[in-house]
Design a protein around this ligand. Sequence first.
Ligand code: GLU
Length: 297
Amino acid sequence: MTVGRLAPTPSGALHLGNALAFGAAWISVRNAGGKLLLRMEDLDRGRAREAVAQGQREDLRWLGLQWDEEVLCQSQRSYSLEGIPTWRCACSRAQRLSGACRCKEHPPEHGNWRFDPPPGEVVFEDRAWGTQRVLPPEGPILQRADGEAAYPLAVVVDDHLDGVTEVVRGADLLEATALQILLHRTLRQPPPSWLHVPLLLGPDGKKLSKSEGSMGIRQLREAGWSPDRVWALLLPLIGCEPPLERARMEPGPHWHRIWRVEEGANGPLLHPFGPIFGLDRKTSLPQPPPTDSIVRF
Ligand code: GLU
């Protein structure tokens, strides 16, 4: 059976970009007659607040993105490094990035646990992006000095434990997939399939953030928007005809876009903003196309 998941981090209120990624995950699972889980990625307790998590669940319900089982919470699980080659490292981020770290040769008594991955590129298939070849980061942190698991470890352990067969999420995590696949392989567990959804950028050209008020689901709701109106705005970005309940998904080349969201008199306006590689591969951003291609509602 197809099993998908919505995996919000409760670090702020949901925005249009979250709705697009979660909507795609919902459609993909519902089209396959599968099961959708909700997992709160609340490991980072400083930022993860229960009130925020509750607000996110309310927004998901309002959007019509119902999940199928009890909500899962990362904060109620424990994560082990057993079976994963790691070394301990006491360096700061700056030292790690500069290559000055010698902790592998001289292991400290305290510090973060870093993954020692096999060398080389990871090749994987994305359902929208096709074949990807990504060099994973060197020595990513899997467990912090205080014992708390870092995101790459938690997500890989959880997706396996929860029986997740497909991951559908924002394209900002396309590159991070390589490391997750390596961890799945190291733990001898089959990785899920991958589908990365176009990103929405704020007017400043940066990824929408959960603190970005005007593009918040709550704000739209308070401004009198209906869920149908939100979906009529978002679904065409991934080639789907609204309404949500009947949307059929065929990931294609139009998914290789990023979109810029601006405030219009009647709510958000979305401009196509070029291929995502401009953003993710850290080269310069492409020029936006002429404004007559704005999606208006
Ligand atoms: N928790 C992540 C987020 O809120 C998503 C992680 C994932 O889908 O793997 O952006």
